[in-house]
Design a binder for this molecule. Structure first.
Ligand code: BGC
Length: 801
């Protein structure tokens, strides 16, 4: 593999592109992450430094459109990056200007993300009017095995002059959440009570706390300069602290400034107060070369577990996606009480909230880092009481999980959202996406299938699954006319439709995705009730007061929920066929990019609710979650026939009527089409792959990566193209490699087997199971049973489709 396969390089400095690059050059370790911002300059139009610690939220009230609205945000913490410099040549009367990429003296700029080693390196060259050159190489890392630590090393090389470089290494607490232009009218000052200080040994520190959640945050830093011989002093201000160095340089004798930072918060487990904690951590931190080495080793171990052998550009992008997923959700996450933030720890879009996106992330983690999956599911379990309260308040039973979740599990979806096109604040009904509960139940089940962790399934998993089933049962009403149960007043994954045109209440009836997944949840809940060991079943039933009659009712529902159809296709919801057809060609011609059709129509005084137009896969999500056989069986259970023809017609129908206003949409369409219309699948796959690197959604990646879509592309290769399923105690494979990606390998962990290598070719599958004490793996290849014993490799020829 070439070096390029492991690096991501941006040549030149482009202020227009800078925020996107910052997001994509973010470094993190699952506990905290820092955007790849320039350390030479504070926040400005082109620059947005951001440091976010998983789970550190704060809630503020703002007034918008005359209403008081409360929002909880992932807090942008004090910035540890500041590292400013200017030259003071021996023959100059005064120091030169402070330099930065925005300064006209910049002659060259390049940055490289090294995925294998987990570092970001920035090269900047400057030249003044007298021809004096300074080259600065700044390398940084957020430590993968010392999750409190981050490091910066700057190397200064002088050409054509001798003298000193003045360096100011700082910690900046004067930070607000200003990363998303759409939120500019909202309260953004989450930090308060700053304190700063410098210690006799040169260590300097800053502490503050979040305004309403009261989380104390402390940063302590240490610098080391070589060669010695310059001066050093600490300058303390109210919200900032600096360590100022003068460093001697001359041509051929570069100078190095190392800055090591420790970040502690009052949320950390097994910790003393943040300031003494951070000071102690920084004092015992090893020197930078040793920190670099241990960081590289930690990444080496991660890459060993997620071996990814996909050739070409696709492979390079997928590696970048692995990198960002693991920087957001790493083995350290297993010790935290956090969920899957939709936009990573890479920016402030969606306020760091947790949506249903874990549906796209957990399948990847299950097969590599099951402990992380378990922790993410435990985040949901800790918030089961909040979900129960929400159900109760809505007049339902069981658990109603929030569409957007943050610190304590209450519904965090905003009440109003801004349409930047029209400037209007509009009511937001997306909290009616109760299907998030089914996603959680699905994840519980998938986790068990992939890991065999019955300990979790029979305890926390069962509680969540049964309470979510109960919520669906209490949400469904019997319609005697239809002879079916109906779930009304919901919003499906396609968020465009949030009500019927002209209706006085929000929500839609009989969303097919919601109903089919609800039937699946009810069936799995019943299956679990039957298979739970007696010692678990009785106390659980008693605690949940789950009666035989209630289970009987679930069974009835699981067979008689309504799934609307029209003209030979599954309807997205009841009455969908009565909506108008949109003039897609006309809108494309007029607006070009119509991904956010909802905003375009609203700005025109119209509403997307009037049209057969979806933001993203809704009905087609069913083809993402369930294999064709499973889906057909589910429909049969509900008393409907889903044959190939109906499914193909359904795929075609929605394909023509979807604007892909979410990055998740391309992932799902690639997945579904890989089985139905392979020739068209690659286009969606390519769109999903380039979603963030090319910022396909027009400016959104700068506000944070799309973690679900990134993980979704990994899962598309890992499960979508291999047809891998983990059910009935076997590894099912049904490869459908696309011609554009016909040769690849992935390494997975399945139940107690580590490092299973799958190699897929157009007509061949190779499986290697490493030596272990475990029993042979049961494999079902296109339905045929085989076993692969530990310590062996088997190759199978694939018959043509
Ligand atoms: C999508 C949702 C998704 C959310 C967070 C929205 O644009 O429509 O499905 O959960 O983004 O990623």
């Amino acid at each position: 593999m070439t070096a390029r396969a492991w690096t991501w390089t941006y040549e030149g400095y482009d202020p227009e592109d800078e925020r996107l690059r910052e997001a994509l050059c973010t470094l993190g370790n699952g506990r905290f992450a820092t955007r790849g911002a320039a350390p030479e300059t504070p926040r400005g139009p082109a620059h947005y430094p951001g440091t976010y610690a998983a789970g550190v939220y704060d809630r503020l009230t703002s007034t918008v459109a005359g209403r008081a609205v409360e929002n909880e945000d992932l807090v942008n913490l004090p910035d540890w990056l500041p590292l400013r410099y200017r030259i003071r040549p021996d023959d100059a009367p005064a120091p030169g200007p402070w330099l930065s990429p925005d300064h006209p003296q910049l002659t060259d700029h390049r940055r490289t993300l090294d995925l294998r080693r987990g570092t970001l390196t920035r090269w900047s060259s400057y030249e003044d009017a007298q021809g004096r050159r300074l080259t600065v190489t700044e390398r940084r890392l957020v430590h993968m095995s010392e999750p409190d630590l981050a490091v910066q090393r700057a190397v200064f090389t002088a050409e054509g002059w001798s003298g000193q470089v003045e360096v100011a290494a700082g910690l900046d607490g004067d930070i607000r959440n200003r990363g998303v232009a759409r939120y500019r009218d909202l309260a953004d000052a989450h930090l308060t009570d700053w304190e700063t200080g410098g210690e006799g040994d040169g260590v300097f520190w800053l502490r503050c706390r979040t305004l309403t959640s009261g989380i104390s945050v402390a940063l302590a830093a240490r610098t080391h300069v070589a060669p010695r011989g310059g001066t050093a002093r600490t300058r303390v201000a109210d919200r900032r602290v600096w360590r100022l160095h003068t460093v001697p340089v001359r041509p051929g004798a570069p100078a190095t400034v190392d800055k090591t930072v420790a970040l502690h918060t009052s949320q950390d487990l097994a910790r003393t107060a943040p300031v003494p904690g951070a000071l102690a951590a920084i004092r015992r931190a090893p020197a930078v070369p040793r920190l670099l080495a241990s960081h590289h080793r930690a990444w080496q171990h991660l890459w060993h577990r997620v071996r990814w052998d996909v050739p070409g550009e696709a492979g390079r992008i997928l590696r970048l996606h692995v990198f960002h997923v693991l920087q957001t959700l790493s083995p350290h996450t297993a010790r935290l009480d956090v969920g899957v933030p939709a936009r990573g720890l890479h920016g402030e879009a969606y306020r760091g909230h947790v949506f249903w996106d874990e549906l796209f992330v957990l399948p990847f983690l299950n097969l590599h880092f099951p402990k992380v999956s378990r922790a993410l599911l435990s985040y949901r379990h800790r918030r089961l009481p909040a979900a129960r309260r929400a159900a109760l308040e809505a007049g339902r039973a069981g658990a109603m999980y929030p569409w957007q979740s943050g610190s304590d599990g209450r519904e965090e979806t905003q009440l109003l959202h801004l349409n930047p096109r029209s400037g209007r604040w509009l009511p937001d009904h997306s909290h009616l996406q109760h299907h998030v509960g089914s996603a959680i139940a699905y994840n519980v089940w998938q986790f068990w299938q992939a890991t065999g962790d019955t300990g979790f399934l029979h305890t926390k998993g069962a509680e969540m699954l049964l309470e979510i089933a109960r919520f669906w049962a209490s949400s469904a009403d019997w319609d005697p006319g239809l002879g079916r149960y109906r779930i009304r007043g919901v919003v499906g994954p396609d968020e465009y439709h949030d009500g019927y045109p002209g209706a006085d209440r929000p929500g839609l009836d009989d969303n097919a995705y919601t109903n089919v997944t609800a039937a699946w949840v009810l069936s799995r809940a019943l299956e679990l009730c039957r298979t739970l060991p007696e010692a678990r079943r009785r106390p659980l039933f008693e605690r949940l007061e789950l009666s035989h009659d209630e289970r009987q009712h679930w069974d009835d529902l699981a067979h008689r929920l309504y799934v609307p159809h029209h003209r030979g296709v599954i309807s997205q919801f009841a009455g969908y066929e009565r909506l108008a057809e949109l003039d897609w060609a006309g809108y494309r011609a007029r607006y070009g990019d119509i991904r956010r059709l909802d905003r375009i129509l609203e700005a025109e005084g119209d509403t997307v609710n009037r049209y057969q137009a979806s933001k993203q896969a809704d009905v087609l999500m069913l083809g993402y979650l369930f294999s064709p056989t499973e889906l057909a069986a589910l429909f049969e259970q509900l008393g409907y026939r889903l044959d190939d023809e109906t499914w193909r017609a359904t795929v075609d129908h929605y394909l023509e009527r979807t604007s892909h206003g979410s990055t998740l949409s391309a992932v799902v369409h690639a997945w579904v089409l890989a089985r139905v219309r392979r020739d068209d699948a690659w286009g969606y796959c390519a769109e999903a792959l380039t979603g963030d690197i090319a910022d396909v959604q027009g400016g959104t990646t700068a506000e944070g990566i799309h973690l679900g879509a990134m993980a979704g592309t990994l899962d598309f290769v890992q499960r979508g193209m291999t047809g891998l399923e983990t059910r009935a105690r076997a590894l099912w494979l049904d490869p459908a490699p696309l011609p554009q990606l016909s040769k690849f390998g992935v390494r997975i962990r399945y139940r107690r087997h580590r490092d299973i290598d799958l190699r897929i070719r157009t007509h061949r599958v190779g499986i290697t199971v490493p030596e272990s004490e475990q029993a042979a793996i049961r494999v079902r290849l296109r339905g045929r049973p085989y076993t692969v014993a530990p310590g062996t490799t088997r190759h199978f020829e694939l018959p043509d489709d």
